[in-house]
Ligand binder design. Structure first.
Ligand code: 9D3
Length: 273
C-alpha cells in the first residue's frame, strides 16, 4: 500500500488539443520523460474532438460578423475542461489558454506555474478561440513570444519543459549545482534566466583550428578564473541583452565593471525586453 502522504509531490498537466499526437515525441524524450518516470510529473493528453457532441466531431466554426478563417467553438473546450476538473472537489486548478494575446511567459511566470499541483493547458488553432473561453473559462492566458505560430501546441510544450525542470528532484545534482557554482551575481530569488547570461564555456581541444581557449581558463588560478567568468558574463549580457541589466541589483564593484564595459563596447543589437 502506498501512503499518499509520503508519496512525492507531483504535478499533473492536462493538455487539451486537436493534435495530441504532437506531444508524443516530447513526452518520450529527455527531461520530460525522466520527470514522468520519476513520478514528479504526469501529463494527460486530451483530444478536443472527444468532447464534441456532433457526428462529425466539429471543433470549429465561421466567425460571427464575417471574415476569414475559423474559430474554435466554445462547447468542446468547456466540456473538456469540465470533464478534466470533475472529481476535483475544489476547482482551483489554473486553466491556461495558450494564445498570442496572452501575457509573456518569462522565468518568474514559469516559477509561479511550477508551484501548482495541477495545470490545464488549452491549445488553440485556426484564427483563434471563441472569446468566451478566454473570458469565462480560462484563468490565465499565456504567449511564448511575439511571433506567429499556427497553434498553441508548441507553446504548451514550452510550458511543459520549463515547468518540469523546476519540479523538485527532476534536475540531477550536477545540473542544479552547476547553476549556482559560478558565483555570478543574480537577482535574489530569481534564476539565471532573469539575471545575467552565463559566462562562455570551452572544452578540449585547447586549440581548435587555431581558435584558442582563453589562456586564463588553462591557468589553474581559480580566483582569477572566477573573476574572468564574472566579467565575461556581465559583458555578454551588456552586449547581447542590455535590457536584462535593468532588472539586476549590482554590487558597487559590478557597477564599476559595467561602466568600464560600456566605455569599451556597445550592444551588438538591441532587443526589447
Ligand atoms: C492569423 C491570425 N492572427 C492574426 C494576426 C491571430 C492568431 C491567432 C492564432 C495568430 C496565431 C494564432 C495561433 N497561435 C497560438 O495559438 C499561440 C501563440 C503564438 O502564435 N505565438 C506565441 N505564443 C503563442 S501561444 C499560442
Amino acid at each position: 500500500m502506498v501512503d499518499l502522504k509520503e508519496a512525492p509531490k507531483a504535478m499533473q498537466l492536462d493538455v487539451v488539443s486537436i493534435f495530441p499526437d504532437f506531444f508524443r515525441g516530447i513526452l518520450d524524450c529527455g527531461l520530460i520523460k525522466r520527470a514522468q518516470s520519476g513520478g514528479q510529473l504526469r501529463i494527460l493528453l486530451h483530444d478536443l474532438r472527444d468532447y464534441t457532441e456532433d457526428r462529425h466531431r466539429t471543433v470549429d466554426d465561421r466567425p460571427f460578423g464575417g471574415g476569414p478563417g475559423m474559430v474554435f467553438k466554445p462547447l468542446p473546450v468547456f466540456r473538456a475542461v469540465e470533464a478534466i476538473k470533475s472529481g476535483e472537489p475544489e476547482a482551483a486548478i489554473p486553466v491556461i489558454l495558450l494564445s498570442p494575446q496572452g501575457r509573456l511567459l518569462r522565468q518568474p511566470v514559469v516559477e509561479e506555474l511550477s508551484r501548482h499541483r495541477r495545470l490545464i493547458l488549452i491549445c488553440g488553432r485556426y484564427e483563434g478561440v471563441d472569446e468566451r473561453v478566454a473570458e469565462y473559462l480560462a484563468t490565465d492566458e499565456l504567449s511564448i513570444g511575439d511571433y506567429i505560430l499556427s497553434g498553441g501546441e508548441l507553446a504548451a510544450a514550452v510550458v511543459m519543459e520549463s515547468v518540469a525542470r523546476l519540479l523538485p528532484g527532476v534536475l540531477g545534482n550536477e545540473e542544479s549545482v552547476a547553476q549556482d557554482s559560478f558565483g555570478l551575481h543574480r537577482v535574489p530569488g530569481e534564476p539565471a534566466a532573469q539575471g545575467l547570461f552565463d559566462c562562455p564555456h570551452y572544452t578540449r581541444p585547447a586549440d581548435f583550428r587555431g581558435m584558442r581557449v582563453p589562456e586564463v581558463l588553462l591557468s589553474g588560478d581559480h580566483e582569477e578564473i572566477r573573476r574572468w567568468r564574472h566579467r565575461r558574463a556581465l559583458e555578454k549580457t551588456w552586449r547581447k541583452r542590455p535590457d536584462l541589466l535593468n532588472d539586476v541589483d549590482f554590487s558597487e564593484e559590478d557597477q564599476r565593471l559595467l561602466e568600464e564595459l560600456k566605455q569599451a563596447s556597445s550592444p551588438i543589437l538591441s532587443q526589447g525586453g
